[in-house]
Design a protein around this ligand. Structure first.
Ligand code: MN
Length: 128
């Protein structure tokens, strides 16, 4: 079980991500506010962050830059989750320091695959 911070201002999308993360056995921590997200990230050091890109106040790319600048939060994997599909968006998102990129709308399995790709292997389970 891993703590996963969900940053998403759309209530439906936020609830969807919350349910998927929870059903996968992880602990979701969700907020619609990007500044609150920065505080939560510093305080709780989640195992992973799902970052919406279009957010009021500060976009997800700038929020990612700030997290990647700070030693305490820079190792947290950040997956950009966005409906933006303009040419060049993916490279702009990656240049901002996001570790992964998931386009909305996504299927639950796509989100779970993405999460699994960035979480460290479960401690205590035998490698095989
Ligand atoms: Mn948004």
């Amino acid at each position: 079980m891993a703590l996963i911070l969900i940053v998403e201002d759309n209530p439906t999308n936020r609830m969807l991500a919350h349910v998927i993360v929870e059903r996968a056995g992880h602990e979701p921590l969700a907020t619609d506010n990007v500044f609150e997200a920065l505080r939560l990230a510093h305080r709780h050091i989640p195992a992973l962050i799902l970052m919406d890109i279009r957010l009021p106040g500060l976009d997800g790319i700038e929020a990612t830059r700030r997290l990647k600048r700070r030693p305490s939060t820079r190792d947290i994997p950040i997956i950009a989750v966005t409906a933006q599909a303009m040419p060049g968006d993916e490279s702009r998102i990656r240049a901002g320091g996001c570790d992964g990129y998931l386009r909305k709308p996504y299927r639950p399995a796509q989100l779970l695959d993405m999460i699994a790709a960035f979480l460290p292997p479960m401690a205590g389970l035998p490698a095989h």
